[in-house]
Design a protein around this ligand. Structure first.
Ligand SMILES: [Zn+2]
Length: 474
């Protein structure tokens, strides 16, 4: 009976149904949770094999039970990523009504952002991507219920910690008006309880002053934003003690927050608690911090592998590349999907008592904050601005923006095959105003992006120390 329920959960369309399942998992003894995860993976593999031509081909050599029981067979399964999903979209998908040309044409049209895809209730979203690659993703109602339930699991830990008085108000500083998941899943929330604060308004970066004014006016108890934005707001509060907004909780999304930002935010905003929410458009929510401040992994929603440079699993507690196989993606199954982030998983359990494993260290998408000249000093520009901007410049396949100094920016762009002429000029016209007059922006059209010395391919990177920059400006 329980086995059947475990295996049915992926098709569950009730947010509460999924939420209750997740909550139950947190209390299960390790052995029982492992059995449940095995059932979920088994159901997912069988579904993918039956419904997706791509996975039918990949899985054809092995029985499902063998893949689950013999790690050496599992490790033979090819890895996939965003570009595989894009390139083999029509082979991977399990529905006939989401062909690549239809999805591509919908996502390429910015004017359709607030329109449903083909009059359906499908959530069709794209991402400029944290690695600079575009990604297309489709979620049906059941899958949306999973994403929401994963979010509520995290919210329960927050509300157990901060206990706001009166109706809860929350806000998120995100990219708006694009085919992005954060905007599309939140735009219909009631305005009295939730506000979206854009990072870009009419093509211009929203200033920290404008953001602060909006926070003061709406007074959210909880704010969700990029780590880079959190740094910006913290610096603003340090410089302007009269900034009257008093948040109870700050939620950092993206990667692990830099330690100094956490410490300074906690000092600047008296009584605030800082949480991390780690997720992606590709995979749903992966990790979230509990009341004890440790990040738990949603291993009851996905199988998480940590692989070394040879694509073999690392030893327990070691650092490696995150590879995910979700239990609930049915429209576009993702199995052994390389996310591009690096993580190590702790071998210790958390004092909160949850059965879910805890992250030791996470090096995700870099929370890079860039700077532009402002008066005699420098003003910060969060990387979200560029994620948004490149989402809306047609003809860009991948990009990488490097700020070498406050006045010098280089953008490498891999154009799409059918990119209209004048792409370099159009990119320069959009990027230059963000850095202000006098900044030199060089745009190079390239065939491929080259990783930096660190081996990481960050979409946005800063190569100078802004503190030193401030000193010279004085
Ligand atoms: Zn915990």
């Amino acid at each position: 009976m329980d086995v059947i329920r475990d295996r049915m959960i992926a098709g569950q369309s009730s947010v509460l149904g999924v939420y209750n399942f997740l909550e139950e998992n947190e209390k299960l003894p390790a052995e029982q949770l492992a059995a449940r995860r095995r059932h979920l993976m088994q159901a997912q593999l069988e579904y993918a094999r039956k419904e997706s031509p791509y996975f039918a081909n990949i899985l054809r050599h092995h029985r499902t039970a063998d893949l689950l029981d013999r790690p050496e067979l599992w490790e033979e399964l090819p890895l996939m990523d965003k570009s595989v999903l894009l390139g083999d979209f029509d082979m991977i998908r399990t529905r006939s009504d989401i062909t690549f040309p239809q999805v591509d044409s919908y996502l390429s049209d910015r004017s359709s952002v607030d329109e449903p895809f083909n009059d359906s209730d499908l959530l069709v979203v794209s991402t400029a991507g944290t690695s600079g690659k575009p990604g297309y993703f489709v979620y049906d109602r059941q899958e949306q219920a999973h994403i929401r339930a994963q979010y509520f699991r995290f919210m329960r830990a927050i509300l157990d910690t901060v206990r706001p008085q009166g109706p809860l108000r929350s806000a998120a500083i995100i990219v708006t008006g694009a085919h992005m998941i954060g905007y599309k899943m939140q735009r219909q929330l009631p305005a009295e309880f939730f506000r979206m604060i854009p990072v870009l308004r009419e093509g211009r970066a929203v200033t920290v002053e404008e953001t602060a004014a909006e926070l003061e006016e709406f007074a959210p108890h909880i704010l969700t934003c990029f780590g880079s934005t959190l740094r910006m707001l913290t610096e603003y509060k340090e410089a302007h003690p009269e900034f009257a907004w008093r948040p109870l909780a700050l939620i950092n999304t993206g990667a692990t927050l830099e330690q100094d930002v956490r410490r300074r935010a906690t000092a600047a905003f008296e009584g605030v608690r800082v949480f991390d929410l780690y997720g992606s458009t590709d995979t749903g929510y992966i990790g979230w911090t509990c009341e004890e401040g440790r990040m738990h992994l949603n291993t009851d929603c996905m199988r998480i592998e940590i692989l070394g440079p040879d694509d073999r699993p690392v030893a327990d507690g070691e650092f490696g590349s995150i590879v995910i196989s979700t239990y609930w993606h049915r429209t576009l199954p993702i199995i052994r999907y390389r996310l591009g982030d690096l993580m190590s998983v702790s071998t210790e359990s958390c004092p909160c008592g949850r059965s879910l494993p805890v992250v030791k260290e996470l090096l995700g998408r870099e929370n890079t904050l860039l700077y532009r000249r402002s008066g005699t000093g420098l003003a910060p520009v969060p990387q979200g601005v560029f994620m948004e901007m490149f989402e809306t410049i047609s003809g860009v396949r991948r990009f990488r923006l490097v700020q070498e100094s406050p006045d010098r920016v280089t953008v490498s762009v891999v154009p799409l095959a059918d990119s209209p002429p004048g792409l370099a000029e159009r990119v320069a016209e959009r990027v230059a105003p963000v850095f202000g007059e006098g900044a030199s922006v060089e745009v190079r059209l390239v065939d491929a992006l080259v990783p930096s010395a660190s081996g990481k391919l960050l979409p946005v990177e800063r190569l100078f120390d802004p503190t030193a920059g401030r000193a010279t400006a004085r």
